[in-house]
Design a binder for this molecule. Structure first.
Ligand SMILES: [Zn+2]
Ligand SMILES: [Zn+2]
Length: 348
C-alpha cells in the first residue's frame, strides 16, 4: 500500500478539496523528494479555481494547484550530485525536454514538451511533497528563507523581462501595473541600474509599496495621467523601456506613447482580450521594439543571488500566510480581496 500525503486538489470550477493523495516517489535516479515548505498563490491558481481552465489548458482530471514553491530535500536519488538530504531548495516549476531546438539554444521556457507544475495534466505544489529533477532545484543560501525561495518564481518572470528588454545602467523605465509582477519588475529594473522608475497603478497602497521598493515616481491612474507624468519626468523624451505588467489594453496604448522613439515595450502581463485594438502604426513610425514574454529561463540562480545579497526584497510582497488545509478558503479570499493582497503564501 502506498503512503499518502495532503494536497489541495482542483476537481472543477470552484471545487477545490483538501484531501489525501498518494505521496510521490522518485521516478528517476536524478530526482529528489522535497517536503514543500512554502508555495505562493498566483493569479493563475485563482484563474484555474474560478474557470478550471486558462486558454488552451483545461483541467479535465483532478489536479493540485500551486507552482511558486520551495522546500526541504528529504530523499535523493542515487544519481543526484548537487544536493543532499536537509538542503533547502527553490523549485523551478518548468522542466523542459532538454533536447529540442529551444532547450539546446538556452530558451528552454519555449520548449513544447515542458512539464510545468499545476498546468494540466501535471499536479502542482499545494501539497506536502514533490518529486522533482535535481537540476531544477536550486539550493537556498543560508540567509534566504523558504518563503523567499517561493518568491523566486514570480521574481524570475520580472528578471527575464528586464533582461529581454535590455534594461541597463542609467536607463529610465516605466512599469505599468504594481501587482506582484510589476513590483518585482521595479526591483529587477533597479538591480539592472535603472535610475528613474515611473510606476502606474490604480491602488494607492500598491504605489506606496512601489516607492519603498525603488520606484522614483508613482502615478495613480484613477486621477493622474501616465502620459503627462512621463512627459514631465523625462522632459518630453519618454522612457527607454516600458515593462507592461498590467495586461490592460489602455496601458498598452500608454506604453506605445510614453516610450522614447526607438525604445522597447516589453509586454509582461497577459492580455485576456481576444482581439484587442492596439496602435500598430505608432509602433511602426516610432520604430519601437515590442517584445513578448513567456515565463523565464536561466533566471533562478541570479534571482537567488540578488535576494541573498539584499538587492531585492521579495519578502516585502508577502502580505498573507495560510496553512495547506486552508488553501480552498485562502484562494477564494485572495480572489475577493485583490486590493488587500499582494502575495499570499501557503505553508504546508
Ligand atoms: Zn505564478
Ligand atoms: Zn525542449
Amino acid at each position: 500500500m502506498s503512503e499518502t500525503m495532503k494536497a489541495a486538489v482542483l476537481y472543477g470550477v470552484e471545487v477545490l478539496r483538501y484531501e489525501d493523495r498518494a505521496k510521490p516517489t522518485l521516478q528517476s535516479p536524478d530526482e529528489c523528494l522535497v517536503k514543500i515548505g512554502a508555495c505562493g498563490i498566483c493569479g493563475s491558481d485563482v484563474h484555474f479555481y474560478r474557470h478550471a481552465k486558462i486558454g488552451q489548458f483545461v483541467v479535465t482530471s483532478p489536479m493540485s494547484l500551486g507552482h511558486e514553491s520551495a522546500g526541504t530535500v528529504v530523499e535523493v536519488g542515487p544519481a543526484v550530485k548537487n544536493l543532499k538530504v536537509g538542503d533547502r531548495v527553490a523549485i523551478e516549476p518548468g522542466v523542459p525536454c532538454r533536447k529540442c531546438e529551444f532547450c539546446r539554444s538556452g530558451r528552454y521556457n519555449l520548449c513544447p514538451d515542458v512539464v510545468f507544475l499545476a498546468c494540466p495534466p501535471y499536479d502542482g505544489a499545494f501539497a506536502e511533497y514533490l518529486a522533482w529533477p535535481s537540476d531544477y532545484l536550486f539550493k537556498l543560501p543560508d540567509n534566504v528563507s523558504l518563503e523567499e525561495g517561493a518568491m523566486v518564481e514570480p521574481f524570475s518572470v520580472a528578471l527575464h523581462a528586464a533582461r529581454r528588454a535590455g534594461v541597463a545602467a542609467g536607463h529610465w523605465v516605466a512599469v505599468c501595473g504594481a501587482g506582484p509582477i510589476g513590483l518585482c519588475a521595479i526591483m529587477a529594473a533597479r538591480a539592472h541600474g535603472a535610475t528613474r522608475i515611473i510606476v502606474s497603478d490604480l491602488v494607492d497602497s500598491r504605489l506606496q509599496l512601489a516607492r519603498k521598493l525603488g520606484a522614483t515616481h508613482t502615478v495613480n491612474l484613477s486621477h493622474q495621467n501616465m502620459r503627462e507624468a512621463v512627459a514631465e519626468v523625462t522632459a518630453g523624451r519618454g522612457v527607454d523601456i516600458v515593462l507592461e505588467c498590467s495586461g490592460a489594453i489602455p496601458a498598452v496604448h500608454d506604453a506605445v506613447e510614453i516610450v522614447k522613439q526607438g525604445g522597447t515595450v516589453q509586454l509582461v502581463g497577459n492580455i485576456t482580450a481576444e482581439m484587442p485594438q492596439i496602435p500598430i502604426q505608432r509602433m511602426v513610425e516610432r520604430e519601437l521594439t515590442v517584445s513578448g514574454l513567456f515565463r523565464y529561463a536561466n533566471c533562478y540562480p541570479a534571482s537567488l543571488e540578488l535576494i541573498s545579497a539584499g538587492l531585492v526584497n521579495v519578502k516585502a510582497l508577502i502580505t498573507h500566510r495560510y496553512p495547506l488545509s486552508e488553501t480552498p478558503t485562502a484562494i477564494k479570499w485572495v480572489d475577493e480581496n485583490k486590493d488587500k493582497v499582494i502575495k499570499a503564501i501557503i505553508e504546508p
